[in-house]
Design a binder for this molecule. Structure first.
Ligand code: OAD
Length: 238
């Protein structure tokens, strides 16, 4: 495996057109559980399956229960970027990395200093009224009690993409653009199970696709380099 990490390090040294595409596994070393690992969110007991709670129709029907889940499971206080987030921010500052494309909603890439972050699934650090779309700070939504309401009477919701909702076309279009143009594409900490995000992999046209993920993914055979190790540990060596 050291050999693979050395290869990745060389690729990074030789390129100024690196793109990163990641998911929940990027933040587990910061203390945020992922969705599909054995101790992930989807394997915990809850009254409804989390995919159901995180859906638009459930939010409309049962916003109180949504907020119970949101505040207990999605909002984790005191989390900090880990070595993967920090190294990615460094690579961008060095003019080598063009974009971070993430499925995460935790804002940790920006906290690490990354500037060009494409949030495919939005962010729990922003909020807006579900009825009139007025923007709100996330404070009351994430840390208050009861249903956060807008002046218009609508329910305030997080700026995240719930199941049954389409991804933002502009963000998706830019993600496709960066991946198509990338010389080195690193994909990390994602099971590549959730579409349309996972389908982004297919837009890559180069020969330097590195996949850094603890477990196997459906795209392992598609990658030029596969590293099944913790991403923070790998990034501290590259
Ligand atoms: P998953 O939970 O499906 O996958 C996380 C992957 O990261 C797993 O394959 C783990 O093996 C791997 N992993 C965990 N810790 C790691 C570490 N320290 N280093 C390397 N790999 C690690 O999460 P996502 O693929 O991000 O969507 O899930 C995609 C979407 O499903 C999420 O954005 C969310 C969820 O439903 C919405 O909420 C819309």
């Amino acid at each position: 495996m050291q050999e693979a990490i050395r290869t990745l390090k060389n690729w990074l040294a030789e390129s100024d057109n690196i793109v990163f595409f990641g998911g929940a596994g990027v933040s587990t070393e910061s203390g945020i559980p992922d969705f599909r690992s054995v101790d992930g969110l989807y394997n915990q007991k809850w009254k409804y399956p989390p995919e159901t709670i995180l859906s638009a129709s459930f939010f409309a029907r049962n916003p109180e229960e949504y907020y119970r889940f949101h505040r207990e499971k999605l909002v984790i206080d005191g989390v900090k970027p880990n070595r993967a987030h920090l190294r990615l921010a460094e690579l961008e500052a060095e003019g080598k990395l063009r974009a971070v494309i993430t499925q995460n909603i935790d804002g940790l890439h920006q906290a690490a200093g990354s500037k060009n972050v494409l949030e495919l699934h939005g962010s729990i650090l922003r909020a807006h009224c579900a009825r009139c779309r007025k923007p709100y700070s996330a404070e009351r939504m994430n840390h208050g009690t009861g249903l956060p309401r807008c002046d218009c009477g609508g329910v305030i919701r997080p700026d995240i993409v719930l199941y049954e909702e389409p991804l933002d076309e502009d963000v998706m279009g830019r993600a496709i653009h960066y991946i198509r143009q990338a010389e080195v594409l690193i994909i990390g900490g994602t099971s590549l199970n959730v579409y349309p995000a996972a389908g982004l992999v297919r837009y890559y046209r180069g020969q330097r696709l590195a996949l850094v993920n603890l477990s196997e993914t459906p795209y392992d055979s598609f990658a030029d380099l596969v590293i099944h190790e913790k991403i923070g540990e790998v990034f501290s060596q590259i």
